[in-house]
Write a new protein. Structure first.
Length: 214
């Protein structure tokens, strides 16, 4: 559920937000105690965002066989249904909505193995979110092929990877080719070349990769 509110103050450490909400039974039934806040800066979608969104929808169109306008309508309504946001136009929506929609499209491509004309990494507005998505779907962050779990944090020789606690370790999902390149050129050069960084394994990712989380 998404509700709208107004930012009314900031004391240097905390935001003060007023968000009208009348359904107190929802809070009780769902045991709601936390929320996520999305800050809108008033800027509208950029040319670069629009270009990447339409390029990604074009790739989905080619893969699915639906014409671009059909894909545009289907993906927008699916995004609205899953996020609860209001209907928006790609001509003048805010930058935050554009980034969220682009990430949604990219994650759809990762999940369904949709080939794209260029790297989804280069299109992604949120690299950490993209890297997490690739880990969740066991896809290489660079080429989209089937991936192995690559430990950015050194485990050390002689340690049994099946027994050590993986939760909190920095990792990436890399195919055999890019896994080999990582070890060939070294972590720092690899990260600098592709502008990457490791993602910490949480409980969900430990389950996905069937490694010990606790």
């Amino acid at each position: 559920m998404i509700i709208q509110g107004q930012l009314t103050g900031f004391d240097g450490q905390n935001l003060k937000i007023i968000a009208p909400f009348e359904d107190d039974s929802f809070l009780v039934r769902k045991h709601v105690s936390e929320c996520e806040i999305r800050l809108l800066d008033g800027r509208t979608i950029s040319v670069d965002q629009r270009k990447k969104i339409y390029a990604t929808m074009r790739d989905i169109s080619i893969w699915s066989g639906h014409v671009p306008d059909e894909i545009k309508a289907l993906m927008k309504y699916d995004f609205i249904a899953k996020t609860g946001c209001e209907y928006f136009s790609l001509s003048d929506c805010d930058m935050t909505t554009a980034n969220e929609f682009l990430s949604f499209l990219i994650e759809f491509c990762v999940e369904w193995d949709i080939p794209t004309l260029d790297s989804l990494l280069d299109r992604s507005p949120d690299i950490a979110r993209y890297l997490y998505c690739c880990l969740a779907n066991k896809k290489c962050v660079l080429c989209g092929k089937k991936a192995d779990l690559h430990h950015v944090d050194a485990i050390g020789s002689g340690r049994d990877r099946k027994k050590i606690i993986h939760k909190g370790m920095h990792t990436l999902s890399l195919c055999r080719k890019h896994h080999t390149e990582f070890h060939t050129i070294g972590k720092n050069t690899f990260f600098e070349k592709y502008h990457l960084f490791g993602i910490k394994l949480d409980d969900f990712l430990c389950q996905v990769w069937k490694v010990k989380g606790a």
